[in-house]
Design a protein around this ligand. Structure first.
Ligand code: SAM
Length: 234
């Protein structure tokens, strides 16, 4: 298995650099971040997050996939010749966009909050990955999930059991009932998926994939654990 080191380079900058030093500002362009990701170098998350609105940037560390995780996922997906990936609960689109830059898959994000879908579409446009990244507005269980070679879940339902101070907003139902319902829906989806389907989880999804999924990769060196499973039988 090809495993390149996730070298961290500092593309971070202070906001005053924007006004006092045009050179620095222009260096941290989407194109430069994209080039780093494409060539196996991991930019600082803050450099990428600068292209999110203030409101979405401040929650990035808690809610959006770190770049190092997206890079590792992209590496595994390419290594296994996986072509299509659905991010269940795609938020501001950081995983789909960063993993598309770091690899070769086609990504579809499913997201329940319309304002996040709009932000994700804008991020894909800015990073020029619109040909391989798209977003569907809708909730799991209500909107059909497209078929895919692999599904990605970054603890999407955890917010249901967080305290109100950790909610992104109160625009959607957040409850323990919903938490259990969404986990069951994912497990049903995975049970119906064809043999050979892969699942990637970052910090889990609140349950385990059905027993016919075998864990094939794990990376414990990231801020949270990234795991990959493969469905071995129908
Ligand atoms: C932890 S964030 C992960 C975002 C993105 N996958 C990433 O890694 O950058 C989880 C997202 O899942 C969304 N979500 C949670 N439950 C959902 C559901 N049932 N249907 C659609 N989206 C959901 C939330 O609105 C939130 O944006």
């Amino acid at each position: 298995m090809k495993t390149w080191p996730l070298t961290r380079i500092n593309l971070d900058f202070r906001s005053d650099d924007l006004t006092t030093n045009d050179r620095v500002a222009s260096e941290v362009s989407p194109q430069r971040i994209a080039k780093a990701l494409r060539t196996g170098t991991c930019p600082a998350d803050s450099a990428f997050d600068r292209f999110l609105s203030d409101e979405l940037r401040v929650v990035s560390a808690q809610y959006w996939t770190p770049l190092a995780v997206a890079m590792r996922a992209a590496e595994w997906l390419d290594d296994l010749n996986i072509h299509t990936v659905v991010d269940i609960g795609s938020g501001a689109g950081k995983f789909c966009v960063a993993a598309a830059l770091a690899g070769h898959c086609y990504f579809t994000g499913l997201e329940q909050r319309p304002r996040l879908v709009s932000a994700a579409r804008e991020l894909a446009r800015l990073f020029e990955v619109g040909d391989r990244v798209s977003f569907l507005e809708g909730a799991l269980g209500e909107t059909p999930v497209p078929d895919a070679d692999a599904y990605y879940l970054f603890n999407p339902f955890g917010e249901n059991i967080f305290g109100a101070e950790d909610h992104l907003d109160e625009e959607v139902e957040l409850s323990f009932d919903r938490y259990e319902r969404d986990i069951t829906t994912v497990r049903d989806l995975l049970r119906r998926a064809p043999a050979g389907t892969h699942v990637l989880t970052y910090n889990g999804f609140g349950g385990n994939p059905p027993a016919v999924y075998q864990e094939i990769r794990v990376d414990r060196g990231l801020p949270n654990v990234l795991r990959m499973w493969k469905k071995t039988a129908t």
